[in-house]
Design a protein around this ligand. Structure first.
Ligand SMILES: Nc1ncnc2c1ncn2[C@@H]1O[C@H](COP(=O)(O)OP(=O)(O)OP(=O)(O)O)[C@@H](O)[C@H]1O
Ligand SMILES: [Mg+2]
Length: 451
């Protein structure tokens, strides 16, 4: 067992006390289900009170539990507030580390860019990044609490769906390089305006270490973003524009991927991703710019990134045989926003075959929801041969589709799945996309089970 947290460090970092035996930990867990032997189990108050799961965690081999109420038995570290203690563990884990740290925020593409950076950094040294999209008040400190003291590189994803969320997380992450992938209308419901979204993302820059670098999308919000950078920070803008310091010169997509030529701070690099789309190429340019900002060689970084494939639920493609039909499934069931649906439609258009578009509601759009859904009618109609939608908001999109575009609606994804299944023909290319809460994964599973 490699020790991640000694007993002394646990006590100093959290300010807590051991009521009984002291213990060290080889990892940190917040969920008794994913727990490994030797982990510190942190009992958070989330959907349920984590204190209920302490006995279970200890049975599974937890080294001890971080609690705010001591049960009187078992190894425990007692603190006043467990969320606060997790934040302090994250901050301490970050502070003791000598890793070069990249932090990623943005409206879309955070996890994809995080995975690109992981892949690049792994080409240069020991790299730590969360397995999942751990980007909130729990995921960010947890990622840093798990940072091995001897990692060379770390990548932290930082998200938000309400104002004020990013600043405290940026203060814990203290990145050497901060990346804003894009500014678009995701989660706009609680933010109010696109400018407010830009301002909130820019809060990440306030966490930059002295002499750090901000990698920002070149576009209408660049100045608004850049003015939050601390004095002396370097700004690298990325985009297709001539003025971008990290410039996408060419992105040549086909159904299997995209071949990229880019200029990263005046170094020309070429690479191919196994993930099609200009949006993927753009994420790659941002990731390469960030790697270069950390002193890595641009060409070596591009070589490390070459071959990158999309994540499960975010564009991963596979072929399924259902009955006597072989279809290509574009699994985008993990998430959806206007920007990412447009990007996915562009990818669908690259495929030969009948285009079947299956969409569920985009959530967290507040007053913008109706327009954001209706605005998709034209791009959907331009690509789709057959449309299946579910949810109240997607119904608005279906209503706005031209008659030539055959569409079907159902209240939920579970109701929609058999309709999709029944319509499939050999050679179809099927895009399935929606917000996580719209449960489009149900349709993926349904099709997989039919295969
Ligand atoms: N630059 C981009 N522009 C548009 N769409 C993108 C971009 N990058 C990724 N996407 C698409 O957006 C969706 C979400 O991608 P990803 O999980 O990387 O984003 P995220 O910002 O981490 O999302 P979340 O807020 O759920 O954590 C996927 O469908 C992905 O293919
Ligand atoms: Mg994510």
């Amino acid at each position: 067992m490699t020790i991640l947290w000694s007993a002394d460090e646990l006590a100093i970092a959290t300010g807590g006390a051991f009521p009984r035996a002291r213990f060290a930990a080889s990892g940190v867990a917040i969920d008794s289900r994913g727990l490994a032997a030797g982990d510190l189990f942190v009992a958070l108050h989330d959907a349920r009170d984590g204190h209920e799961f302490v006995p279970d965690a200890l049975r599974q081999g937890a080294a001890g539990a971080l609690v705010s109420q001591d049960a009187g038995t078992g190894p425990a570290l007692l603190v006043e507030d467990t969320q606060d203690a997790l934040n302090r563990l994250g901050a301490f884990g970050r502070a003791r580390s000598t890793a070069r740290v990249a932090a990623v925020t943005g409206s879309v593409g955070k996890s994809t860019t995080k995975e690109m950076l992981r892949r690049i950094f792994m080409g240069f040294g020991a790299t730590h990044a969360a397995e999942a999209s751990f980007n909130n008040h729990i995921g960010v400190p947890l990622t840093l609490a798990r940072l091995p003291a001897d990692a060379d590189y770390a990548v932290v994803e930082i998200g938000m769906n309400h104002p004020g969320e990013i600043a405290p997380l940026a203060a814990i992450a203290r990145p050497h390089v901060a990346i804003v992938t894009s500014i678009a209308a995701s989660h706009i419901g609680l933010m109010g305006s696109i400018e407010a979204i830009a301002d909130e993302k820019a809060e990440l820059l306030r966490g930059l270490l002295p002499g750090g670098t901000a990698v920002l999308p070149r576009g209408p919000h660049l100045a608004r973003l850049a003015r939050r950078a601390p004095d002396g920070a370097m700004i690298i803008s990325f985009g297709t524009q001539e003025l971008a310091e990290a410039r996408l010169i060419e992105a040549d997509s086909d159904a299997g991927g995209v071949s990229i030529t880019a200029s990263i701070l005046n170094r020309i690099v070429r690479l191919r991703l196994a993930a099609p789309g200009t949006h993927m190429a753009m994420n790659a340019v941002a990731a390469l710019a960030a790697a270069t900002a950390l002193g890595l060689d641009a060409e070596a970084a591009a070589a490390a990134l070459d071959g990158f494939a999309p994540l499960a639920g975010r564009g991963a493609q596979r072929s399924l045989r259902i009955g006597d039909a072989t279809i290509t499934l574009l699994d985008e069931s993990y998430n959806a926003s206007g920007a990412s649906i447009r990007a996915a439609l562009d990818v669908l258009a690259l495929h030969a075959g009948r285009h079947v578009v299956v969409l569920g509601d985009m959530l967290e759009l507040g007053d913008y929801a109706d327009d954001e859904h209706r605005d998709l009618a034209a791009p959907v109609a331009a690509v789709a041969d057959l449309v299946f939608v579910c949810g109240e908001k997607m119904r608005l999109l279906a209503d706005d589709l031209p008659a030539a575009c055959a569409s079907h609606w159902a209240p939920t994804s579970a109701d929609l799945a058999p309709l999709v299944r029944g319509a499939l023909r050999d050679g179809d290319v099927v895009l399935v996309k929606g917000s996580l809460g719209s449960r489009m994964r149900t349709i993926i599973t349904f099709l997989e089970d039919a295969a």
